[in-house]
Design a protein around this ligand. Structure first.
Ligand SMILES: [Zn+2]
Length: 116
């Protein structure tokens, strides 16, 4: 198994805590499904994000929830054509078709909603 970065595990734990707090606020003991959005990052793949979430939700009310991930466009800059900045899911420059450099974001995953 790939080693999970601490920063990602901390992010995952914060999101699980957020989801559990929401479920408790609604008076529900268990979470049926978790919906996340993910953003492209150079060093973090969707599989690693899923593994981090899966690790941190063990023994929580979200332990058996279905996990859903929706990729969102990231911000990129292309140095192949003219330094164009653009948003894309796959990172391909709309001008020249080369893959641009991803501009790092603070979060690579966010909680969209929960189902209780
Ligand atoms: Zn370009």
């Amino acid at each position: 198994m790939t080693e999970l970065p601490d920063s990602l595990l901390l992010q995952a734990r914060a999101l699980i805590n957020q989801a559990v707090a929401e479920a408790m606020a609604q008076g529900k003991p268990a979470i049926q499904a978790l919906y996340f959005v993910t953003y492209p990052a150079e060093d973090v793949t969707p599989e690693v994000i899923r593994a981090a979430i899966d690790t941190m939700r063990q023994a929580t009310p979200a332990g058996r929830a279905e996990l859903h991930f929706t990729p969102k466009p990231g911000r990129y800059v292309c140095w192949n054509c003219c330094g164009l900045r653009y948003e894309a899911i796959d990172g391909v420059c709309p001008n020249c078709g080369h893959e641009g450099l991803v501009i790092p974001m603070e979060m690579v995953v966010a909680l969209e909603r929960i189902e209780v």
